[in-house]
Design a protein around this ligand. Sequence first.
Ligand code: GAL
Ligand code: CA
Length: 346
Amino acid sequence: MRRKRIWAAGITSCMSILLFCTCAEQDMSAPDRLYVGVACYNQGDTFLSEMLDIFSEQVQEMGSHGTETAVAVRDAVGSQRTQNDQVKELINAGCNVLCVNLVDRADPSEIIDLARENDVPIIFFNREPVAEDMMQWDKLYYVGADAQQSGVMQGELAVDVIRADSRVDRNNDGKIQYVVLEGEAGHQDAIIRTETAVDTLRSNGIQLEKLSYGIANWNRAQAQNRMLQMISEHQNNIELVLANNDDMALGAMDAYEKLNYTESARPVFLGIDGTDVGLQAVEDSEMAGTVYNDKEGQAEAMAELAAALVSGEGMEKINFQNGKYIYLPYSKVTRENIDMFTNRGK
Ligand code: GAL
Ligand code: CA
């Protein structure tokens, strides 16, 4: 038992391809063996690295219930070509299900062809392929969340903060001067979050003035740079920063910190994700709120679906939309309800 646990931990943590190959030599068709190959667009991404840690734990736990499990994670570091090669390697190493977080969500065809030739089902996650590509084969699934819902919730959080505190409108002109920090161009979560957050503010009667926006690819350091540029252009006039994710909201806060802005001269910051650092910033009242991107729920849905696809059991219990999609709901997080989130999964 102890040996088995050490073995499983070794596989999931070092992700050694050698170990993975060793297990592949066993009978791949056996339904009690769950070998998951995970392809991630960039493991430096805070939200995804937290989600994948939870996913590996979940699969490992299934191992303690009589199934032999292994998870191998590959990091494409932003290159679709690298990811295609990694998927080939994972299939050759013997994984019997793939979880793919595409680098380019519009370019999954090579990966789908490889999987179909080898009859290995794919669960895409977090970066949603376009609908036509999802129709290419009947063993393609998607686990993620509804971007529109996160934008609406971020907008509602902003409305609450603006209504509760007249000092947010610092220059008292009846309008909120705002900037947006956007994720990757072309990512479903970036475009939709921005649009719906702003629409929600407007439909709640908040007068807005957009000062600027910056694309920062979900990344804290890039967001800091973009924010420094926007501050140099607009000085004290920025009253609200809507960031498509927590890391970029934190990067914006870093910029104000670097320039030594006093608390009362800083704008309101809102993020999305509820990463560990994001939640901490809400707890410390540095960030007004965030929208929880349910990494535990997504990891669990992916692990359950992977197990069901391999064993052929339990598919009927899964609540799909349109036969192949699973969307986990978002939730609003403020200082008032933060305990519900900091203790999740612990
Ligand atoms: C989003 C998440 C971002 C980033 C991105 C990567 O859902 O909010 O922080 O992880 O996915 O695709
Ligand atoms: Ca104003």
